[in-house]
Design a protein around this ligand. Structure first.
Ligand SMILES: NC(=O)c1ccc[n+]([C@@H]2O[C@H](COP(=O)([O-])OP(=O)(O)OC[C@H]3O[C@@H](n4cnc5c(N)ncnc54)[C@H](O)[C@@H]3O)[C@@H](O)[C@H]2O)c1
Length: 258
């Protein structure tokens, strides 16, 4: 039987905030959440104004359901002000996806303290800064979905990435701890751990190493941003309330565990 629009169950109005929202994975996460009829706010650095302009064109056909707000996730006050602005303009934040991330690769013997700290400030402090500023509102309202983007390299470790692997493993430890603190308040906290995806972050790897990586992926290809975004959408859904503190690997079989 065909369902008419009128007979379809109403989708709860939800505001979703995606950090790193104009990036390779973030853009597709924004699109898929908007298709699930979420009001989406893409958060990213104001300094990336050229990319912001392109992003606005890319999401123009979403009829204003994807907006851009600048913030620096490594700065606690910037995150606090962001949440205040979003709550004033769009309403309470129901879904938070932390996808902002950077790499500062070097073997440990060559890694400078600056490379270590810069990465920690974005990839780990950024998750704290955002969660800390949305968690009270979510628990007070009795609903929230937090999805933190970790990485397969946080599970396996990667040469030249002591900083990145430590931060990404830390993201999952953080998520499990926060999941325990919020479980009885209707707020779930999970991680998605992508494998190697077809994004600018991976395009920056040399062609030779990239070919070797693809040869090691059982599915035989890099992940598409849509593969990751679908996992995020699944965990961010209203009816995913019994999944919390979990890590969802999306890596084409590159690393299997249980
Ligand atoms: N691409 C992959 O293969 C892959 C694999 C595993 C995990 N990841 C993770 O997925 C997430 C998204 O990766 P991506 O491939 O889309 O990378 P990307 O570089 O395309 O996007 C990251 C975004 O984060 C933004 N950002 C950086 N610092 C920020 C800050 N201080 N405040 C706000 N925004 C900031 C960047 O401007 C960029 O738009 C990252 O956390 C990354 O570590 C990516």
């Amino acid at each position: 039987m065909n369902q008419t629009a009128a007979s379809k169950p109403a989708v709860e109005r939800r505001v979703a905030l995606v950090t790193g929202g104009i990036g390779g994975l973030g853009t597709e996460i924004c699109r898929q959440l908007a298709r699930a009829r979420r009001e989406v706010v893409a958060v990213d650095l104001a300094a990336r104004s050229e990319r912001v302009a392109v992003f606005r064109e890319e999401v123009a056909d979403f009829d204003g359901s994807i907006r851009f707000e600048p913030a620096d996730v490594s700065d606690f006050d910037s995150c606090r002000q962001l949440i205040a602005r979003v709550e004033q303009q769009h309403g309470s934040v129901d879904i938070l996806v932390n996808a902002a991330g950077i790499t500062r690769d070097a073997s440990l013997r060559k890694m400078s303290p600056q490379q270590w700290h810069e990465l920690m400030r974005v990839n780990l402090d950024g998750v704290f800064n955002m969660c800390r500023n949305v968690v009270d509102g979510m628990t007070e309202r009795g609903f929230g979905r937090i999805v933190n983007i970790s990485s397969v390299n946080g599970q396996t470790g990667q040469f030249g990435q002591t900083n990145y692997s430590a931060a990404k493993a830390g993201v999952h430890g953080f998520s499990m701890a926060l999941a325990r603190e919020t479980a009885r308040k209707g707020v779930t906290v999970n991680t998605v751990s992508p494998g190697y995806c077809d994004t600018p972050m991976v395009a920056a790897i040399s062609a030779e190493i990239r070919a070797q990586i693809i040869a090691d992926i059982p599915v035989g290809r890099l992940g598409a941003p849509a593969d990751i975004a679908r996992a995020v959408k699944f965990l961010a859904a209203d009816d995913a309330g019994y999944i919390t503190g979990a890590n969802l690997p999306v890596n084409g079989g590159y690393f299997m565990s249980f």
